[in-house]
Write a protein of this length. Structure first.
Length: 192
């Protein structure tokens, strides 16, 4: 079962949601208002999931929810949200794990949290894979640039430049991308 943090400016509503969560076996570790919510405080509570009310009219709660989800790397379930397409689209782009525009019942809570945590895990995995792919592409570009420098400066063929870089990497116990970065940096320093 999950350790849940509730964020809601309406304490009575939050107490009702807390009762639903506890009835199906989840632990509510705290109920906070938006004003009392700080990243440091949330991090110290270490929840598994955050359930946040987005219906607070005096602030754009979605911006705060996005910050929570991205900074703490936790699934966020939004309750009391607007049901219009634009709000839903903004929330999904922001990485909200579940978006519930209506009230919830005891029958809804378990599947909502399960779907939210699974969706968040999948979203987080895809973000990590995308970041890894971008890093790998960047490293390949740097390797190609370094090969070009060796080809131009030393008159090497592309294969010879690549083999020289690989040999340097193996001899020094470094990654090929690190050797490429050193070659590029050396070239740039030589220009100044």
């Amino acid at each position: 079962m999950f350790r849940v943090l509730l964020i809601d400016d309406d304490h009575d509503r939050a107490v009702g949601v807390k009762a639903l969560l506890e009835a199906v076996g989840h632990t509510v570790i705290a109920i906070l208002s938006w004003e009392a919510t700080t990243l440091h405080r949330l991090d110290s509570l270490r929840p598994d999931v955050i359930i946040a009310d987005a219906g607070s009219p005096e602030r754009d709660a979605l911006e705060h929810i996005v910050l929570l989800s991205e900074t703490l790397e936790l699934p966020v379930v939004v309750l009391g949200a607007a049901g219009d397409e634009d709000s839903i689209r903004r929330a999904m782009r922001a990485g909200v794990a579940a978006y519930v525009a209506h009230g919830i019942s005891i029958h809804d809570i378990a599947p909502i949290l399960k779907v939210a945590t699974l969706r968040y895990a999948e979203h987080h995995k895809l973000k990590r894979e995308l970041q890894d792919a971008k890093s790998e592409l960047s490293a390949r570009k740097r390797i190609e640039k370094a090969k070009g420098i060796l080809m131009q400066d030393l008159g090497l063929s592309e294969d010879d430049a690549h083999h020289r870089m690989r040999r340097l990497a193996m001899d020094r116990g470094k990654k090929l991308a690190e050797i490429a970065e050193a070659i590029i940096l050396t070239k740039e320093l030589g220009k100044h």
